[in-house]
Write a protein that binds this ligand. Sequence first.
Ligand code: NI
Length: 135
Amino acid sequence: MRISVFRKAHFNAAHRLYNPKWSDERNDAVFGLCNNPNYHGHNYEMEVKLTGEVDPETGYLIDLKILKDLIKEKIEDRFDHKNLNLDTEEFKALNPTAENICYVIWTILREHLDEKYDLSVRLFETPRNFVEYPA
Ligand code: NI
């Protein structure tokens, strides 16, 4: 039986959206309030989805404790209460949009999960604005 399991998690982080190659005017025009030079925060909510075959011996797709600990160690501990632009390697040269954050999270988790699982990540920047990778 193929099935999907989900784990929700969250972290709080600050960011600023801008393109260092552009003028201040163009950054303001494109990124608006998100270009505030003094940064601003979001309560990021994420949904991690794994899909695959249920193990007939355990009845599990994956032990959710394993997924919970992986998300905690690799994502929450890395990004929670951080300034994404200043405090993380991942976003020193990558604009921390919801799109890019979602993709980075997917890449990190993908490295640590068996390839028998299909993985997708949904990231909510606000309750109404969210992105999903893969598309
Ligand atoms: Ni923002």
